[in-house]
Design a protein around this ligand. Structure first.
Ligand code: DGT
Ligand code: CA
Ligand code: CA
Length: 551
């Protein structure tokens, strides 16, 4: 592997593999230490190599001298000798067992050491031969789940997908279930609801008095390629294209508990269960119980309340301190779509003129937004003017694909934009985060401030450098999917450095709601409140030549 690029994700993955193997080998505390380090590294906004370069690997939470040493080996050679050694101690088939959904390293160890089962094929054979009958902890239901997991493994690609590619699919399924099937509540739980950057599979939850009919309708949808499993309350399907969907029908009295449970994350749920235990309660997908009595279940709010917690937004449910925070008091309200008052960065194609600008402004107004930063690929020959209300902040973008700071050049309130000598017409700067600012002025401007940095080049500056750059020029960092993706990890680092975020509203994008909602998800996962998002602020009343736009 020497010579290939190192990445934080790959380093984390290797630590996780070590953890799994240690679990299989029966180690008690080490596996969790490796997983904790893996989680820290994944949410690190900076490249590991840079941290190592400063000799600060040990300052990463969960990384002690032993793990730091392995990270240095990884950075130097692309592989960790300790991992290679563990891999020789555990049969490859047992490692495959660990990867089966619903199995995990501890069970894999039991199969291996107690039953001599050392691979998926051997497990399938053992099930068929009835060798799991009577094994402690493996009732009929558990065995059935294992069968499903084995069957799914054969077909599901297992690759995680970027959430923006899943959103349109998910919305189509929800709409079909709402309008075409006898459902009451329909929600998507899982990593999707948590706004995670990537999604493994979709977890749909519905309430219905006629589950059979719901499954009939669902199975017959054109999106569905194959029904993998159908039971009384759960159906698992594969969509065209391979995405797996679990659909569950639950009773209304348990809907909140099921939504909470299947939203996860697993780490969050583990901590919630231990908190419940401390209070003499039990929590599962059916409710919160004191003895036999269900004390909560219909809504998520009551589930959290019964455990002495304020409600926690799904995007924060990753066991990063949110449970302690929700015990101490209400969590800050995260930014939402209705908070967005303007868009600092909407695109128009090269040569766009007044008519296109007006169309965009009309769409913004319908939003309803009070201002829009318009970026055209080139300076329009006429210096584009338009009658605007809401205010238009017009910016010109530099060469495509380069990190660019956006530079508002014209802004105005109600009425036609003034034109003529001495007015800002067009100006842009192409800026590399790791190099000097090169300026390309195409006319005078009165407002030298940059509002937002966007289009981080793929493979360009890492999240920390990008954030530093934004701070150095006093701009907000635009979050969102797509080219130059800025995800929740970078967004969190920006927030923590006191840098505002900008959330695209999708104006001018093909599928604007998807862009907006995915971007909002990233900002919310970063913990952003409305005050920390630049474009939640309403533009100041415009005064010609002054500093008027929000930042
Ligand atoms: P994904 O699908 O890989 O993107 O991630 P999730 O979080 O959607 O995970 P998934 O689909 O396996 O399960 C959905 C949620 O259900 C998960 O976040 C927590 C809950 N859950 C599922 N299986 C378990 C389990 O074995 N233990 C616990 N504590 N929770 C589970
Ligand atoms: Ca899922
Ligand atoms: Ca699932």
């Amino acid at each position: 592997m020497g010579g290939t690029a190192r990445s934080n994700a790959e380093a984390a993955e290797q630590l996780r593999r070590i953890a799994d193997l240690l679990d299989v080998l029966g180690e008690r505390f080490k596996p969790e230490a490796y997983r904790r380090a893996a989680r820290s590294i994944e949410s690190l906004p900076e490249e590991l190599a840079r941290v190592a370069g400063r000799g600060e690997l040990e300052s990463i939470p969960g990384v002690g001298t032993a793990i730091a040493e392995k990270l240095r080996e990884y950075l130097a050679a692309g592989s960790i000798p300790y991992l290679a050694r563990l891999e020789t101690e555990v049969p490859a088939g047992v490692v495959e067992l660990v990867r089966l959904p619903g199995l995990g390293p501890k069970t894999a160890r039991r199969f291996w050491t107690e039953l001599g089962v050392d691979g998926p094929a051997e497990l399938e054979a053992a099930i068929t031969a009835g060798r799991l009958n009577g094994v402690k902890g493996f009732g009929d239901r558990k065995v059935e789940l294992l069968r499903t997991a084995l069957a799914t493994r054969a077909t599901a690609g297992g690759a995680r997908r970027p959430i923006e590619t899943v959103v349109p699919i998910a919305r189509g399924l929800v709409a079909a279930l709402r309008s075409g099937a006898p459902t009451e509540q329909v929600e998507i739980a899982g990593s999707y609801r948590r706004g995670r950057e990537t999604v493994g599979d979709l977890d749909l939850l519905v309430t219905s008095a006629q589950p059979e009919q719901v499954f009939d309708v669902f199975s017959a949808l054109p999106q569905i390629a194959e029904v993998k499993m159908r039971g009384g309350t759960k159906e698992t399907v594969l969509l065209q294209g391979g995405l797996q969907v679990d659909l569950r029908v639950v009773e209304p009295a348990a809907f909140g508990a099921a939504l909470q449970y299947f939203t996860g994350s697993k780490d969050h749920n583990v901590r919630l269960r231990s908190l419940a235990r401390d209070g003499g309660l039990k929590v599962n997908e059916y409710g919160v119980f004191r003895g036999e009595e269900r004390v909560a279940g219909a809504t998520e709010e009551e589930v959290y309340r019964s455990l002495g917690l304020h409600w926690i937004p799904p995007e924060l449910r990753e066991d990063r301190g949110e449970i302690d925070a929700a015990r101490a008091g209400p969590l800050p309200t995260l930014v939402a779509a209705t908070d967005l008052k303007g868009d600092l960065h909407a695109h128009l194609p090269a040569g766009a003129g007044a008519r296109e600008v007006e169309r965009l402004v009309a769409a913004a107004r319908a939003g309803p937004l009070t201002y829009v930063g318009v970026v055209v690929a080139e300076v329009a020959p006429d210096g584009t003017t338009t009658a605007v209300d809401p205010a238009v902040v017009r910016a010109i973008e530099g060469t495509r694909g380069e990190p660019v700071e956006l530079w508002p050049v014209v802004e105005s309130g109600p009425g036609p934009l003034p034109t003529g000598e001495g007015l800002p017409t067009a100006r842009y700067r192409v800026v590399r985060a790791d190099g000097p600012v090169s300026e390309n002025a195409r006319g005078p401007t009165r407002d030298p401030r940059i509002r937002v940095v966007a289009h981080r080049a793929d493979g360009g500056p890492d999240g920390a450098a990008w954030t530093d750059f934004a701070r150095s020029v006093g701009a907000a960092v635009e979050v969102g999917p797509g080219r130059g993706r800025v995800d929740s990890t970078v967004a969190r680092a920006a927030r923590e450095a006191g840098v505002s975020l900008a959330v695209p509203t999708g104006l001018g994008a093909g599928d604007d709601e998807v862009v907006r909602d995915v971007s909002l998800g990233f900002a919310r996962r970063a913990g952003a409140t409305p005050a920390e998002v630049a474009n939640t602020r309403v533009a100041d009343p415009p005064t010609r030549g002054g500093r008027r736009t929000p930042r």
